[in-house]
Each structure stands twice: as C-alpha cells, then as structure tokens.
Design a protein. Sequence first.
Length: 164
Amino acid sequence: MSTKSFDVLEDVNKPAQLYNLPELPDHLWPDAIELYELWHSKKNNRAACSRQDLTPRDMIKQLPLISLHDIERDPFRLKVRLMGTQFAAAIGMDATDKYVDELDKTQDVIHRAQWVAENCEPILCIGLELVWSPFDYKKYDSLVLPLINDEQSVDMILYLNRFY
C-alpha cells in the first residue's frame, strides 16, 4: 500500500483542493454537512463509524449521489458495492459490482481511497477533474468517509459526490 503524506496527495490532485481534518467541515456543501455530521455522530469514541451504524433512512437525501466501495487488501482494490442513481447517471454507467481499477482513468480515485484507508480519516475533494464521464460535467466534489469493521480497520469507503 501507498504511504503518501497528505501533502503529496494534495500535490498530485492539483488544481483540485483537498481538505482533511480539522478544516474539512468548513468547506462542505449542505448535503455533505448532513452526511458528515451523521458519520461523526455515529463513530462515538472510534476512529470512524461502521456500515452497520448507518441506515438508508438516515441519509435519504444523499442516497442518489453516494457510492459505497468495499476494500480488498493484498493487493489493495476497491469494489463498488452500491452506486446511487444520480451518481450513475452523471458518469454514464452503473459501476455496481465492478472493480474501480478495471474502469478507465480511476488511478487518482484509488490513491485517495488508499490514503483514507491507511489513515482512517475523511477527506474532502473540491474541483476534481471529471475525466471518466461522457457527459458535460467537467468537475466534481467528493466527500470521502472511511467505514470500519469490528477490528477497527477500514473495510469500506462511503462517497458523496456532486457534479457540475
């Protein structure tokens, strides 16, 4: 796995802006604020909350624009478990059950996920280049939240995106 620092992650994602704690909450849009506050409230004294802590009812407004990825290790891979309908429409496909590394132009997505998995810390990406959509969207923002298992290891990542 990669051991990139956050500074290196920021550099390779320029001109997009990346935020981690503590400044991340100051840059969220309204639906992202709600999801982040839900995630934060459910983690209690742990580094993150688990998938079981979140219910669809808790995040009904965000569901159309979320994506949930399972993490596999050795080697590090992401598998799309769930993709919201508006997310799928924005990128021109439903990637549910697909491995992210088998999709075009997703290496940066994988690098950001590795950082989140290694550090068990959320990140916010503002102004990412949308290079993997056939539509007119040029940029997107992404709130990337780690989810942990019973062993306190990140085993899933929850994304909330907006496209423009």
